[in-house]
Design a protein around this ligand. Structure first.
Ligand code: DAH
Length: 344
């Protein structure tokens, strides 16, 4: 039959043309050419009306079969194209999980911050809260209310940066004691520590820095004794330096405490026998402390017949120096990464 041949030819042509297709657009164009309104099939269908009633069904069936064949060729090829597109995408966006990763260098805490946090954690665990005070302080709080009136010889121990006659860079964290007691209005018990920067007119060298860091502790309550202070100091020394350490209190003098003590910890290098580190004494001085002087309590509004307190003040750099065997205090401030990275 003439029409069958014609359709077979159409299908063959379509097949050959499809094989040259590379994109979806090309596929859509070709599909329109073979199956669209102006396609050869549409033209064949328009000839239907010229045929006899017997011929019509056979003709229609042949045309439809041809159309279906071509349509399924297109469908198959569409799937192939889609698959190819996916494979292409996967290939281009592939991640090689075996490649070495990018190294982001992470920062870490400075040894000073770490030491402060360690001491804070220890005291917070004992029920203390953390207070802060200003670095620009008044002579009144830094000295006078701590029982260091103008002209007092003990002022010489703390060479001071004065800003005006009455304002200065605080020489220690002890003024926070005064501020806290005043805030408490002479009534409430107090249990605080105060970390912060302090300033002295020192020439910088291996052991001195014009700016360094202290932590102050203050406890005020009824029935506070020197035994409480001693117990606290022992916990502090053993947690910071090791459970095997001992402490020793030596009588000392601070205007704001009475009695005052200098606190030594047994030498970790020789265990107390004496070595170069402890200058053959077996002991290393770590901080100053004492029972809050009645004059300081009274000046801040506390009735010293009812309230007592103890206080201590330590240099953080000194604690870290002893703990880690650092030989130059300036290493804390110059930010040499070779130093900082040792304490990650
Ligand atoms: N403020 C003293 C200083 O910087 C350290 C100190 C000693 C603080 C005894 C205290 C204390 O609270 O009781 O030299």
């Amino acid at each position: 039959m003439e029409i069958k041949k014609q359709i077979e030819e159409l299908v063959l042509n379509a097949k050959n043309e499809i094989l040259t297709i590379k994109t979806m657009n090309e596929l859509n164009d070709l599909k329109a050419k073979y199956l669209g309104k102006t396609s050869p099939f549409a033209q064949l269908m328009s000839q239907m009306k010229t045929l006899s009633n017997e011929e019509k069904p056979l003709f229609g069936q042949a045309v439809n079969e041809g159309k279906n064949q071509i349509a399924s060729l297109f469908d198959g090829f569409r799937l192939e194209l889609e698959q190819k597109a996916i494979e292409e995408k996967l290939k281009n966006e592939a991640v090689d999980v075996t490649l070495p990763g990018v190294n982001f260098s992470k920062g870490s805490k400075h040894l000073l911050s770490k030491t402060i946090e360690e001491i804070e954690d220890l005291f917070i665990g004992m029920g203390y809260s953390v207070k802060e005070g200003p670095e620009i302080e008044s002579d009144l709080y830094n000295f006078e209310m701590l029982n260091l009136p103008k002209g007092h010889p003990a002022r010489d121990m703390q060479d001071t940066f004065y800003i005006t006659e009455e304002t200065l860079l605080r020489t220690h964290t002890s003024p926070v004691q005064v501020r806290t007691m005043l805030e408490a209005g002479g009534k409430k018990p107090i249990k605080i520590i105060c970390p912060g920067k302090v300033y002295r007119r020192d020439d910088d060298d291996l052991t001195h820095s014009h700016q360094f860091t202290q932590i102050e502790a203050l406890v005020v309550d009824e029935d506070v004794t020197i035994a409480d202070l001693k117990g606290t100091l022992l916990v502090l020394a053993q947690k910071m330096f090791g459970e095997e350490r001992k402490i020793r209190l030596r009588p000392s003098y601070f205007p704001f405490t009475e009695p005052s003590v200098e606190v030594d910890v047994s030498c970790g290098q020789c265990g107390g026998k004496g070595c170069s580190m402890c200058k053959q004494t077996g002991w290393i001085e770590i901080l100053g402390a004492g029972m809050v002087n009645n004059a300081v309590l009274e000046a801040a509004g506390y009735d010293s017949t009812k309230y007592q307190g103890f206080a201590l003040g330590m240099g953080i750099e000194r604690i870290a120096i002893l703990k880690h065997g650092i030989d130059d205090i300036r290493a804390f401030y110059i930010n040499d990464l070779r130093f900082n990275r040792q304490f990650k």
